[in-house]
Design a protein around this ligand. Structure first.
Ligand code: CP
Length: 322
């Protein structure tokens, strides 16, 4: 296992995009630039003093209209590690509960001189809408079932710690594909970097025609795990399902859950999960705690990846990691 990723892409030094709304439009070169920058920030996070002055004077607001543990804390830590001024907004306890719109909320916050806005929202397209309401740079922290680009970037970063290249790598994404913004962003990122992606889950949780994204689809877990390098299990999102789309969680686990038996049959298989995990559903509880499950490494890497995204989008002249 190697630490760096060899790619056929030409290195670039700046992003073409002003915002990070999704990975659908990000090129392989841009994704590699973010991963390479994150590697430098990952080293900063190993130092006794995990802080650099890179974003001193920059104000970032974290607009969270939906619950979050990992993404919210990770962005906040990334901003603090970069010495940015950070402001946290939660829909609950704000004037949203009095009927204030996203546009008015964002414009009022921007009137207090905010440079960057990180947004999580239940509505797909909310970050795109925000770019039309404010001048601040916008980063999507998850919009409905659309995209979760920084989750996919931290997933890619974690994979890159274990494999020399994405070219030809076999990644299986398992579970609730229909409701998963993580799956969509990972499909775009992994395909851009040359990985083979297999989607596996119940027919009721698989979008019709998803093959047009360049992925293979199977409804059999054994088939998805054959020759697979990384299995990325997704959370069953009971809160986004209008009706129950499979008979029971127990049945789901029996058909699509990864167990110690699967790990024994696939001795090199790496297990990932974006969290939060439903223990005993997507993954057997022993698998969550297994050394080949890199779930907490994903969380650790998330801070470095978000530092990289904020740094590259802030476009500060002369900024670095010293
Ligand atoms: N993976 C992820 O987005 O987790 P949170 O919902 O806790 O942010």
């Amino acid at each position: 296992m190697a630490e760096t990723v060899a790619t056929a892409t030409e290195p670039i030094s700046t992003l073409r995009h002003r915002h990070l709304l999704g990975l659908a439009t990000y090129s392989a070169e841009e994704i590699q630039l973010i991963l390479q920058t994150a590697r430098e920030f990952r080293q900063v996070l190993e130092r006794p003093i995990k802080r650099v002055p890179t974003l001193r004077g920059v104000t970032v607001v974290n607009l969270f209209f939906e619950p979050s543990t990992r993404t919210r804390i990770s962005f906040e830590l990334a901003e603090k590690r970069l010495s940015a001024d950070t402001v946290n907004f939660s829909a609950s306890g704000s004037s949203v509960s009095k009927g204030e719109t996203l546009k008015d909320t964002a414009q009022n916050i921007e009137a207090m001189k905010v440079d960057m806005a990180v947004i999580r929202h239940k509505s797909p397209g909310a970050p795109h809408f925000l770019t039309r309401c404010v001048d601040a740079v916008v980063v999507n922290a998850g919009d409905g079932a659309h995209e979760h680009p920084t989750q996919a970037l931290l997933d890619l970063f974690t994979i890159s710690e274990h494999f020399d290249t994405f070219e030809g790598l076999n990644i299986s994404i398992l579970g609730d594909i229909t409701h998963s913004r993580v799956a969509r962003s990972n499909i775009f990122g992994l395909r851009a970097l040359g990985a083979h992606v297999t989607l596996c889950g119940p027919k009721t949780l698989m979008p019709v025609g998803v093959e047009h994204l360049g992925v293979r689809v199977t409804h059999r877990l054994d088939e998805a795990l054959e020759g697979c390098d990384v299995a990325m299990a997704l959370r069953i999102q009971l809160e986004r399902q209008g009706t129950s789309l499979f008979p029971s969680l127990r049945e789901y686990h029996n058909q699509f859950g990864i167990t110690l038996d699967h790990l024994a049959r696939h001795p090199d298989l790496l297990i990932m999960h974006p969290g939060p995990v439903n223990r005993g559903v997507e993954l057997a509880s022993e698998v969550v705690d297994h050394e080949r499950a890199v779930i907490l490494h994903q969380v650790t890497n998330g801070v470095a990846v978000r530092m990289a995204v904020l740094y590259l989008l802030a476009e500060l002249p002369g900024a670095g990691t010293e």
